[in-house]
Design a protein around this ligand. Structure first.
Ligand SMILES: [Zn+2]
Length: 237
C-alpha cells in the first residue's frame, strides 16, 4: 500500500538540493524506496533546481571572456559530477558505501526490505535500550549525523501513549512497522510525519503490534509536565 502521509514541500526541495542533514536524508531515502509519489516529486524538484541553476549561471557567464570561462571550468570544484544535481543517485547516502548483500543475513526481523538503507547501523544483535515503560530506542551514531540533534529508532509497545510534546526544531518520523495516531492523523508503515516547531502532539501506538519508527530531530523536544521534563536528559530526547 502506498504511504498516505508524505514529507512537506520544503523537506522535499531541500532533499533535491542536497541540503538536508544526513539523518533527514537517510530517512528520505527509506521513504523514497517505498513511495513512487515522492520519487516523482523529487524528479520534478531536481529539474526545477537544474533550471534555476542554469538561470543563475547564465548572467555572470555572459559577461565573461572565453578564456576566463575555460579557466573557471578547469577548477576541480567545478567538475560536472559535483555540480550536476540531476545525476545524483537517489539511493546514495552521503557517499557512505556498504554492501547490502553482506548485511542482508544480519538484517533484524523488524526492519522492512524497503528500509535497507538503515543496514549500516543495525543488525540482528542490535539491542533496544529501554527508556520508559513500553518505550525503547536505538540511537544511530555516526560522524555524518553531527548536524542532526538526534537520529534514533523508537519502539513503542501496543497501546502505549508517548508523553505529549512540542518541538524547538523540526521532527521527521518514518513508520517502519505498525502504526500510531496523534492530533494530526493516523500514521502507518511507510508514512512520514513532517512536523513543524509549532505542532504539539501526543502519539499513541495502535494496539495490534509494536510501532517502530525512525525519528530525526534537529533540536531537543520540549515535554509537557515536570515529570517528562525531568526525565528528558535520561531519555536523551
Ligand atoms: Zn511520499
Amino acid at each position: 500500500m502506498m504511504p498516505k502521509h508524505h514529507p512537506d514541500e520544503a523537506t522535499l526541495l531541500s532533499y533535491a538540493a542536497g541540503s538536508l542533514t544526513s539523518g533527514a536524508r537517510l530517512l528520505m531515502e527509506c521513504h523514497l524506496a517505498r513511495c513512487e509519489h515522492c520519487q516523482a516529486r523529487v524528479r520534478e524538484a531536481e529539474q526545477l533546481g537544474g533550471q534555476l541553476l542554469e538561470t543563475l549561471q547564465i548572467s555572470p557567464m555572459a559577461a565573461m571572456s572565453e578564456q576566463a570561462l575555460f579557466a573557471l571550468l578547469d577548477e576541480p570544484e567545478n567538475q560536472p559530477e559535483q555540480s550536476d544535481v540531476k545525476n545524483r543517485p537517489v539511493s546514495a547516502s552521503d557517499g557512505r558505501s556498504y554492501d547490502v548483500s553482506d548485511k542482508q543475513e544480519q538484517k533484524p526481523d523488524w526492519l522492512p526490505e524497503w528500509a535497507n538503507a538503515l543496514l549500516p547501523w543495525v543488525n540482528k544483535d542490535t539491542s533496544w535500550q529501554r527508556v520508559a515503560p513500553g518505550i525503547s530506542q536505538i540511537r544511530l551514531q555516526d560522524d555524518s549525523f553531527s548536524r542532526d540533534k538526534a537520529v534514533r529508532l523508537l519502539r513503542i509497545a501496543p497501546g502505549t501513549c508517548m508523553p505529549g510534546h512540542g518541538h524547538s526544531g523540526s521532527e521527521l518520523t518514518l513508520i517502519l512497522q505498525g502504526s500510531y495516531s496523534d492530533e494530526t492523523g493516523r500514521f502507518c508503515e511507510g508514512d512520514v510525519a513532517d512536523l513543524d516547531p509549532d505542532i504539539k502532539h501526543q502519539p499513541i501506538a495502535d494496539r495490534d503490534q509494536d510501532c517502530i519508527c525512525l525519528i530525526v530531530t534537529d533540536a531537543p523536544l520540549r515535554f509537557d509536565g515536570w515529570v517528562p521534563r525531568l526525565m528528558q536528559p535520561f531519555f536523551g530526547l
